[in-house]
Write a protein that binds this ligand. Structure first.
Ligand SMILES: O=c1ccn([C@@H]2O[C@H](COP(=O)(O)O)[C@@H](O)[C@H]2O)c(=O)[nH]1
Length: 236
């Protein structure tokens, strides 16, 4: 498992139901990104086979955000380990026992070659008001810190957070946890449904290990050029 880069790296999110298009994007952006991300849209349409094919060319961040009872999540982790992802996600809100079970399942399946286990804290599409609607008072930063502690103590290798929480997480937990950060928008790009966003330069300066960027790359007229421009804006 070699998921901690020496400097902030770029992950392109391949969000499409079309496996042929996803594989073409993966080939196009490959020179500019460290990993490509397969999420629910592509996985639900094209299944594990597309993950295995893409993983043969480029390390895959498998972002399926598991959230279920520990036994079920452990089984899902064992199943997806067959596709050889470099990193996978589960929801921190699933609790410590679920995260421990996921880590054990990954170790049993692939040993040293297991994927990094990342806990999603508070989705980057949430505002404080939206989070309060779900019954979580106190705002995103507090909830991110609470779930981060739980997840890291249960054996997670890292966290998915927004750019707004990176520095607070580094202050609380240091440099060791892998911080994977969506909600990244080059200046002037459309935010879409993302709420807690920052530019690639600001997220890198705050201490992100990996930036996850989807639509600003895949909706661009030239996805390879868009990925190259974002990667080029990161400190070297
Ligand atoms: O909190 C989270 C967790 C995961 N994501 C995923 O990242 C990409 C972002 O895509 P954009 O097009 O750059 O908005 C997407 O695949 C999400 O599922 C996230 O955005 N926030």
């Amino acid at each position: 498992m070699r998921a901690k880069p020496n400097r902030t790296g770029l992950i392109a999110a391949l969000d499409t139901p079309d496996a042929v298009r996803a594989e073409a994007w993966a080939r196009a952006v490959a020179p500019h990104v460290g990993l490509v991300k397969v999420g629910l849209e592509l996985f639900c349409a094209a299944g594990p086979a597309v993950v295995s094919r893409i993983a043969a060319q480029r390390p895959v961040f498998l972002d399926l955000k598991f959230h279920d009872i520990p036994n079920t999540v452990a089984g899902a982790v064992r199943s997806v380990c067959a596709t050889r992802p470099a990193m996978l996600t589960l929801h921190g809100g699933g609790g410590g026992a679920m995260i421990e079970a996921a880590r054990r399942a990954a170790e049993d399946s692939l040993g040293e070659a297991r994927p990094a286990i990342l806990a999603v804290t508070v989705l980057t599409s949430f505002t404080a008001a939206g989070l309060a609607e779900t019954g979580v008072a106190g705002g995103p930063v507090q909830q991110v810190l609470r779930l981060a502690r739980l997840a890291l103590e249960a054996g997670a290798d890292g966290l998915v957070c927004s750019p707004h929480e990176i520095s607070r997480l580094r202050d609380a937990f240091g440099q060791a946890p892998l911080l994977v950060v969506p909600g990244v928008r080059p200046a002037g790009s459309d935010k879409g449904d993302q709420a807690r966003v920052a530019t690639p330069e600001d997220a890198a300066a705050a201490g992100a290990d990996w930036l996850v960027v989807g639509r600003p790359i895949t909706a661009a007229p030239d996805p390879a050029a868009a990925a190259a421009a974002i990667a080029g804006s990161l400190p070297g």
